[in-house]
Design a binder for this molecule. Structure first.
Ligand SMILES: Cc1cc2nc3c(=O)[nH]c(=O)nc-3n(C[C@H](O)[C@H](O)[C@H](O)COP(=O)(O)O)c2cc1C
Length: 181
């Protein structure tokens, strides 16, 4: 029996039943037949900001011994990486920002060949959210697919965003066709 490759959804919203999680869950459900799925809520992990020690320049790994070490392994294991963030103050939220900064040492092509995309949800002003996600995935050198933008404020609002729901379907199709094996 052939082992399925892994697809992970990393969700940075503090609301586990919030709009970002709803869209990400829909995407992961659509990928479920083709991939082994894992959902990661960053709020469940003890992760700290980059302390700017520059250990990673020489060593290609991070010196901070917290739960990011677990997330590094998950990123390396996965074939498909989905980053999902709500928009807070015009950009990705702080849990997602910490993850981005703490993966600086993975920018040299260690994740090349993997597929990367994103889900972001705001209620009105998404500010630099798309640029941050696009820029980050480019720096990781993964095969990037345009992500999904959803609109919503209260938990569940995004279920009324038909465009976002259609885009989740489109993204799942693209991920599957890019990873046919
Ligand atoms: C601290 C904070 C800042 C926010 N800033 C913005 C913002 O700048 N632009 C926006 O469109 N929505 C903003 N929102 C609204 C959230 O993006 C929105 O409620 C979204 O649905 C949250 O996603 P979630 O349900 O997955 O947590 C903010 C919410 C919070 C709590």
């Amino acid at each position: 029996m052939k082992l399925k490759k892994k697809a992970i959804g990393i969700i940075s919203s503090p609301r586990k039943n919030g709009n970002t999680a709803i869209l990400t869950n829909k995407l992961l459900d659509l990928l479920n037949n083709n991939f082994e799925i894992e959902k990661i809520y960053l709020k469940d992990y003890d992760i700290n900001p980059c302390k700017e020690c520059y250990y990673c320049i020489e060593n290609d790994e991070c010196s901070v011994n917290d739960d990011m070490q677990v997330i590094y392994s998950k990123l390396k294991e996965a074939q498909v990486i989905i980053l999902s963030s709500p928009i807070f103050m015009g950009g990705v939220n702080s849990y997602m920002r910490i993850l981005m900064e703490r993966t600086w040492h993975l920018r040299k092509g260690q994740l090349k060949g993997k597929t990367g995309s994103y889900v972001i949800v705001g209620c009105r002003d998404i500010g630099s959210g798309i640029n941050e996600m696009e820029g980050y995935l480019s720096r990781l050198k993964v095969n990037k697919i345009a992500g999904v933008l959803g609109f919503g404020f209260h938990e569940g609002d995004v279920l009324k965003d038909e465009e976002a729901l259609k885009n989740i379907q489109r993204l799942s199709n693209q991920i599957i066709s890019l990873n046919q094996f």
